[in-house]
Design a protein around this ligand. Sequence first.
Ligand code: HEC
Length: 370
Amino acid sequence: MNRRLLLVLALAGCHPAAPLAPQALTTVTTLDTRRVVGVVELDGNTYIFDDGGVSVLRAGAVVARDDFGPAAPPSTIAAPTGDGRWVMSALRRVTTEGDSALVEPERFGLAPDATWSGVYGAGETTVATSAHALAVATDGHHVALYPHVTATEVAVARGRVALAGVDHVDVWDLAAGTSRAYPTGPAHVAFVDADSAHPRLAVWTPTRLVLEGADGALHPVAVPGPIASAVTSGARLWVLAAGHVAYLDRDAHALRQTAVDAARAERLFGSPVGDVWVASGGHLARYALGVPGGPDPTWVAQIAPVFARVCAKCHLPDGSAGVDLSTAAAWRTERLAIDQRVLLDRSMPPAGTDLSDGDRAAIAAWVGRK
Ligand code: HEC
């Protein structure tokens, strides 16, 4: 039993929140949907899973749809083939080809008699859940089966798994082969920085939120009211509480309230670049931190010099690349593609043009992948 967590959970409920000035958000995408169960982003595509199937978005527009039926909460996992990541909704894999979405069953050699209701991934760690067992792969393809291990909610980080049960949260350290139980009562779990060397556990109930610090201890975070939903986006934790959307960045200690009108908001979904998706009824909107349309001092100070030095020769408005990246607005629109091409697969700038580590770090900070 970990009495410390019990204590901080109890304390966290008592502190009134002291919100900072509301932070403006930029609306990146809005669309009308069915009831959304999850959103994942991969390779410049956004996959929106709902109670009827999946829609695929590119640059804010729906390019493909498959009505396979009610979707399970989706995730991306390390491809068992060792090549990139796959988009999964339970044992369904979704890919795109031109303007159609392909939905195919993928069993990973798991017993066909069990119903695997969830598949979750971060880094090379993949976890599948059924009503009777848990399956874990830490290298993308060797599966260890844990019979009789079940959870009401699962969160996965690189090398770690958090299992929420009826009255406690179990956290497994897969490399060390150890586990730790926290007596939380019914709680939700997530990892901040899930796909990093230092993932941090977040646990919340409707009235309390605790976050693992860099020191490994769990720290209470004051919340402005009952938490309806919380989600992690890279290094950022988003919280929907008392009709407000607020966030906490890595190393911050207090939630920062945003100016989003969240009176009707029901649920949040994360984005690997730090944005947040807000679902209200049949409406879904994606927000990024920053001031809409206004001059963006951060972009001017940190990105404009890199753009001028490295990208401008191809990415001016009429440049040879055919993609204008000369403004902060264009960088916001192309943010996922920039993250993918420049930081993840490093196919931009093309061979022959160098990008220094310092420039790459500036771009990483700007897209939210610190
Ligand atoms: C030597 C020319 C050249 C340079 C320099 C260059 N690019 Fe590109 N870029 C291209 C071309 C050509 C394309 C379109 C073909 C492709 O996608 O590979 C492209 C495509 C892209 C795309 C994909 C856009 C989309 O919507 O699919 C991104 C993002 C991008 N570049 C970012 C950058 C960034 C950021 C820099 C500077 C750090 C940069 N590029 C430097 C030539 C260049």
